[in-house]
Design a protein around this ligand. Sequence first.
Ligand SMILES: Nc1ncnc2c1ncn2[C@@H]1O[C@H](COP(=O)(O)OP(=O)(O)OP(=O)(O)O)[C@@H](O)[C@H]1O
Ligand SMILES: [Mg+2]
Length: 329
Amino acid sequence: MLGFRKKEKRVTFSTPEKKPNKKTESAKSDPKPASETFDSTKVKSEIEKKLKGGEIEKKHADILKQRAPVKHVIDSATHKKAGRVKQYIKTGIPGFDQLLEKGIPKGYAVIVAGGAGSGKTIFCLQTLMKKASDGKKCIYMSFEESEERLKDHIEEFGWDADSMIKSGNLVIKRFNPFEITRSVDALLMKAKGELLIDMEPLILPKGFRPDVIALDSLTAIASAFTGKEESYRAYIEQLFRFFERIEANAFLITETKQVPTIFSQTGVEEFLADGVVVIYNIKRGNVRERAIEMLKLRGARHEEKIVAMEITENGIVVYPNQQVFGEAD
Ligand SMILES: Nc1ncnc2c1ncn2[C@@H]1O[C@H](COP(=O)(O)OP(=O)(O)OP(=O)(O)O)[C@@H](O)[C@H]1O
Ligand SMILES: [Mg+2]
């Protein structure tokens, strides 16, 4: 799963050499100051004020309170790419793109977070099918479901996976997450505590230069690193640098609680990512309702609300004007 770029510098594993990579640096150095400046009493009283003023409902206030610390850190992160965005991509998911002013900036890595069965895989497959039919090179890297199952999944919605695969615009490939940990272990052994700074954290098919990558899921990769948290963090940093280098749009699935307050395994991933989409599966009485939110998108305007979503026989449909407030299950 891993490869090297030739003749790169070595850095120590625990204290990586400083590289002029502001994204990674800011991600590493931001959380501390941000958490130091977080005033939970003040934030909570502001939410209470909105609640009393009738601006928001109780359920929405609860969600805002729950996620206040994470939102604070995300908002405090340096927006490296802000100001130099020129091109945007659309997901093609009906209603979802309307949550965004212009779309998702080209080259961004976006986390797609949500609980089990919330629709993360469908969200990514639907986006990839749209981009592939627009002539973009797309790859679905699965660490969970088999290629066949994913193809069936696509076809259940009436989308023609075969013709996209034949055209060369869509590649679906399954990987074993333990191959990654084994490779990282081997590297560490070889480097005696040092890690090559520019290893290739994912091997793409030869000659395939993707415009869009979906990775299903970061959680599966993280699980393979259980007990090796430091190695996982180092790997994740390499992964985000890799996406930055190849300038593809990446959609990275993370499995969370149904109403998440943390959007990835370690919480670090959401700093490194340029955007976070959250899919909710909210329980109201005996009924589960789906909802979706563009929680963060660096340097790009977007709606800041949780809106209704449905999985229909034609795929995901988002209702951008139908606001949903749910409470934690
Ligand atoms: N043809 C369909 N029509 C309507 N709903 C469907 C259809 N196929 C799947 N679903 C719904 O989509 C859900 C699964 O979506 P998806 O596989 O994208 O979820 P996920 O978030 O990736 O789940 P997991 O965490 O298990 O990987 C199912 O729980 C089901 O409710
Ligand atoms: Mg899935």
